[in-house]
Design a protein around this ligand. Structure first.
Ligand SMILES: NC(=O)c1ccc[n+]([C@@H]2O[C@H](COP(=O)([O-])OP(=O)(O)OC[C@H]3O[C@@H](n4cnc5c(N)ncnc54)[C@H](O)[C@@H]3O)[C@@H](O)[C@H]2O)c1
Length: 331
């Protein structure tokens, strides 16, 4: 247990459905000084739960506290950029839920501001802290799968129907952060098709295609209008294939020894080979706790800004995909 004085002094804005999970972890791992929500009823509800934190409806109160070192932002997406910019300008380290901005230009501004001031800017790309994704990364980087050929994500459900963000920005940001992390490149091509069936201008179903400089390709199927609840990422290598299925309780990652092969006696003909199917052990740690711990460590020990730059690559790619989606829809 860290001495109380060593803990990072944090204020959190946004105490909604997701903010409630975040603040629980912040309270356990840091010195929670402020809680803030624009909704008075929420503010009251959480001030009863966390009586030692000061409660407010105004973000300015957090920024004006000279002792506060960091802010956590879990408000709706359209507010992220403005709140993060103001917090960085006030000299606070920032953890901001995904995506931190809805335009690449705005994200560039945040990254530059954090660099200039020597502050941490960490986007909430939760899956990058998921032990199963770290296992996929290890399988890719150690070349256990051979050359990676393609990656695809399925994030479908008959789920929460959003009105201010489409399926690309709401769901795709997760898969995209993982795909860019696994490939380690930014795509040269980014195409998206989809349609808004329920709310004009808000696509409920989106299909995306990405192609990378190395020739790897990726696909994402994103939808909240689907009979299947799927949260799955498949990595196809030339030697093996791996699947991360977040709906599985135990077998989060499965490795398939399935591959094409060209035995010499077949004179150039491709055949397929199937071998063992196994599930490596994946630690049961809560990804959100790992993510918050990572942020607090960066605040204390400093970092090289990699998280913010990765966040920029994600927003840049989302923006290109959105442009493609708009062109396809003639808007
Ligand atoms: N990483 C993940 O897996 C994950 C999962 C769900 C949501 N999220 C993200 O978390 C964020 C919040 O999502 P949610 O589902 O909790 O939304 P929500 O609508 O349930 O909660 C948002 C809260 O922010 C408050 N708020 C709005 N503007 C504010 C302001 N200026 N200052 C203070 N409070 C303000 C609202 O009153 C509300 O209580 C979104 O960015 C969403 O993308 C991330």
């Amino acid at each position: 247990m860290e001495a109380l004085d060593d803990r990072v002094r944090v204020g959190q804005a946004g105490l909604g459905a997701w903010g409630a999970n975040l603040v629980r972890n912040v309270e356990e791992l840091a010195d929670l000084r402020w809680i803030c929500d624009a909704d008075e009823a929420r503010e009251e509800q959480f001030s009863r739960r966390y009586p030692s934190a000061r409660a407010t409806g105004s973000f300015d109160d957090l920024l004006a506290d000279p002792e506060l070192e960091a802010v956590v932002i879990a408000t709706p997406v359209p507010t992220h950029f403005e709140l993060a910019r103001r917090a960085l300008e006030a000299g606070k380290h920032v953890f901001v839920e995904k995506p931190p901005a809805m335009r690449a230009g705005e994200m560039e501004e945040l990254v530059a501001l954090a660099e200039e001031r020597g502050l941490v800017l960490m986007p909430g790309h939760l899956l990058l802290y998921h032990p199963a994704v770290l296992k996929l990364k290890e399988l890719v980087d150690s070349r256990s799968l051979g050359d990676v050929l393609c990656i695809y994500g399925n994030r479908q459900n008959l789920g929460k129907i959003r009105k201010d963000e489409n399926a690309l920005w709401s769901l795709g940001v997760h898969d995209l952060s993982v795909i860019l992390y696994l490939v380690g490149e930014e795509p040269t091509e980014a195409w998206a098709h989809g349609n808004s069936f329920l709310t004009p201008g808000v696509e409920d179903v989106v299909f995306c295609y990405l192609r990378f400089p190395s020739g790897k390709i990726a696909h994402m199927h994103l939808s909240w209008l689907d009979p299947h609840k799927m949260r799955k990422i498949t990595v196809v290598g030339l030697d093996k294939m791996a699947v991360f299925d977040d709906m599985e309780l135990e077998r989060k990652v499965t490795v398939y020894e399935k591959a094409p092969e060209q035995p010499t006696h077949t004179y150039g003909e491709w055949r397929t080979r199937t071998g063992d199917i196994f599930s490596p052990k994946i630690a049961n740690d809560e990804p959100l706790r790992l993510e918050v711990s990572h942020f607090l460590r960066l605040v204390r020990e400093g970092g090289d800004g990699a998280e913010a730059r990765d966040g920029l690559a994600v927003v840049r790619t989302l923006e290109r995909l959105q442009r493609s989606l708009d062109e396809a829809n003639g808007s």
